[in-house]
Write a protein that binds this ligand. Structure first.
Ligand code: DX5
Ligand code: ZN
Length: 215
């Protein structure tokens, strides 16, 4: 059974409470919240106050994906807002080890995301410190993009690395996940499926979540 994390980026922001209720009532495991700063990625989404409001109604862990520069400056604020998992980008962190320790010291699960061009081996020396690795299967910044095929190779390689080290780090895959490609994503070694458009643009989001869950 896959871990399913619907991304609220694709939800109707005028009815965010309904989207939260939908996730609570569905078989989804985590809320996935995409934070964009207009610098690390060419788009701006939402910040701590929205995370805090979502957290106030969320009955499942909040998986907060920071697509921002200098994430260390804001880690404590996101912890306060209620993030359960904090994911920072490898490409935004020259002092990645320090960022990971900070996240754990703040009481959150620590994750690192890698862009499509970043080799999975880049995380070799921090894997033992991580709860989650997030493999981007699109270039971060926008929902609704197409899954990059080379990602399958990266998921397999990451699975081998984690297995080889005897770790239990969760592999999350984010971007362009559909009902069609989800079985292959899971077969390649993904534990967690993050999906925005596939869930929220569907006529029956709960049914899509149920199907992704069964992958
Ligand atoms: C992209 C975000 C994703 C995005 C996924 O930068 O990190 O979480 O919301 O959206 P879909 O599933 O539509 O590709
Ligand atoms: Zn994301």
């Amino acid at each position: 059974m896959a871990i399913v994390a619907p991304s609220l980026l694709a939800a109707d922001f005028l009815h965010l409470a309904d989207a939260c209720t939908l996730i609570n009532e569905s078989q989804a495991d985590w809320f996935h919240l995409d934070i964009m700063d207009g610098r690390f990625v060419p788009n701006i989404s939402f910040g701590m106050s929205i995370v805090q409001q979502i957290k106030s109604v969320a009955q499942k862990p909040c998986d907060v994906h920071l697509m921002i520069e200098e994430p260390g400056k804001y880690a404590a604020d996101f912890a306060k807002a209620g993030a359960d998992h904090l994911i920072v980008h490898y490409e935004a962190c020259p002092h990645l080890h320090r960022n990971i320790q900070q996240i754990k010291d703040l009481g959150m699960k620590a994750g690192v995301a890698i862009n499509p061009h970043t080799a999975v081996e880049s995380l070799l020396d921090v894997l033992q410190d991580l709860d989650i690795v997030l493999i981007m299967s699109v270039n971060p910044g926008f929902g609704g993009q197409s899954f990059i095929q080379h990602t399958y190779y990266k998921i397999k390689k990451m699975r081998q690395l984690i297995h080889g080290l005897g770790l239990h780090t969760i592999i999350a895959v984010d971007g362009g996940v559909t009902l069609e490609n989800a079985p292959s994503v899971v077969n390649a070694g993904a534990d967690s499926l993050i999906a925005g458009s596939t869930v929220f643009h569907a006529p029956d989001p709960k049914d899509v979540i149920k199907k992704l869950k069964g992958m």
